[in-house]
Write a protein that binds this ligand. Structure first.
Ligand code: PLP
Length: 405
């Protein structure tokens, strides 16, 4: 008889590629907005697996959906279509500007599809000279080589040899910088309505509307990366709905699967027609298990009471963070929207976000950082007021720990 394997954090260093530096604990169980580690220690989850667990852990509707589908059909590939994928696509189309959906497995893959589609659309319609993609400094679009190149953080794309070309970077919320770069050579401008990894920086309405206008003037597509902001996180199904601006292509992932890997690219019939048979694909895209879970997420989240809860939760977060800040003066600003909030460290604590994150974990709270100056919160959309208050009590302890009072 073989002895059962002891799974410890040390095993990570033995057997895993060292591109991550995970925390010392290993969580083994989750329920709603609480998580327990191997030792039975409980954590309150304000991180949501980086804006993914839109309905918390093991939500009954999602457990039911995956159990039912697991007994029905797991996988086919795109040689055939399947019922959950078609139901989910129809619901996404009905709920948004989009007329067509492409399924992928992650945010990066959804963006990869979006960028390839924009290039193909421009090539077909205007010729090879129209190939430039404009994105923004500090933006983040995923870790494939194309998406990381489009992203605005060279640290992530440097060191891998020659990058895909014709990618330009403007300054976020600076329309003049877009005007300076956009031309008849631009095929697309891509932006996040709220820059997530870049530090929870919301696009201003003026900027968003201005970029739309510039895209119209130069026959360029507007791609909105809603991988982090999508599926109710900002209090509307997609963040573009706050701005009165409609994208040509939208990408969504993270919260869409509520913890099951899925991504999607949404667009119009006209634009979609340029990804003809054989131009792009994925073995797993539109997998029945993923789509069954995402359908249950969408059915549950896209309800007026849930959207209202996201906004009332935001108010509670803001009130409690403000109260902490009145006592300890650590933040200069709380920014973001809905359940995607950033507490920006003031000059005294600049650069020390990771310390707040580590202290939070010690106090039994899962938080996140967004860059070195921002403590980020991206919890379940349906986190309860009691869970918020309990988590904030732990966060206050973490703040005290860091500042030494
Ligand atoms: C805005 C945005 N786009 C794309 C991605 C990449 O998504 P994934 O990690 O699922 O590939 C992320 C991930 O953080 C993101 O925040």
């Amino acid at each position: 008889m073989t002895t059962p394997l002891q799974v410890t954090r040390e095993l990570f260093d033995d057997v895993m590629v060292p591109n991550y530096a995970p925390a010392g604990i290993i969580p083994v169980k989750g329920k709603s907005s609480r998580v327990w580690d191997q030792q039975g220690r409980e954590y309150i989850d304000f991180a949501g697996g980086i804006a993914v667990s839109s309905l918390g852990h093991c939500h009954p509707a999602l457990v039911k959906a995956i159990q039912q589908q697991a007994e029905q059909l797991w996988h086919l590939s795109n040689v055939m279509t399947n019922e959950p994928a078609l139901r989910l696509a129809k619901k996404l189309v009905d709920a948004t500007f989009a007329e067509k959906v492409y399924f992928a497995n992650s945010g990066a893959e959804a963006n990869e599809a979006a960028f390839k589609l924009a290039r193909r659309w421009a090539l077909d319609k205007f010729g090879a000279e129209k190939d430039q993609i404009i994105s923004f400094s500090k933006s983040f679009h995923g870790r494939t080589f194309f998406t990381v190149t489009v992203g605005g953080q060279a640290a992530y794309s440097d060191g891998f040899g020659p990058k895909p070309g014709a990618v330009l970077h403007a300054e976020f919320n600076n329309l003049a910088s877009v005007k300076a770069l956009i031309s008849e050579h631009t095929c697309a401008v891509v932006l996040e309505p709220i820059q997530g990894e870049g530090g929870i920086i919301p696009a201003t309405t003026e900027f968003m509307q201005g970029v739309r206008e510039l895209c119209n003037q130069h026959n360029a597509l507007l791609i909105m990366d809603e991988v982090q902001t999508g599926v109710g996180r900002t209090g509307k199904l997609y963040a573009y709905m706050h701005y009165g601006v409609t994208p040509d292509i939208l990408t969504t992932a993270k919260s869409l699967g509520g913890g099951f890997p899925i991504g999607a690219m949404l667009t119009t019939t006209d634009i979609a027609s340029h990804l003809k048979v054989g131009t792009h694909g994925s073995t797993y895209g539109g997998n029945p298990l993923a789509c069954a879970v995402a359908e249950a997420v969408l059915d549950t989240v896209n309800q007026p009471n849930v959207m209202a809860q996201v906004l009332s939760n935001e108010q509670l977060f803001r009130q409690q963070l403000k109260a902490i800040n009145e006592k300890y003066q650590v933040f200069s600003e709380i920014r973001g929207q809905g359940m995607l909030l950033g507490a920006v460290l003031n000059n005294q604590y600049k650069g020390r976000a990771r310390e707040f994150f580590l202290a939070s974990a010690e106090q039994g709270l899962m938080a996140l950082v967004a860059g070195v100056d921002v403590v980020r919160f991206a919890p379940s959309l349906v986190i309860t007021p009691d869970e918020i208050t309990a988590g904030m009590q732990r966060f206050e302890q973490a703040v005290k720990q860091v500042i030494g009072v």
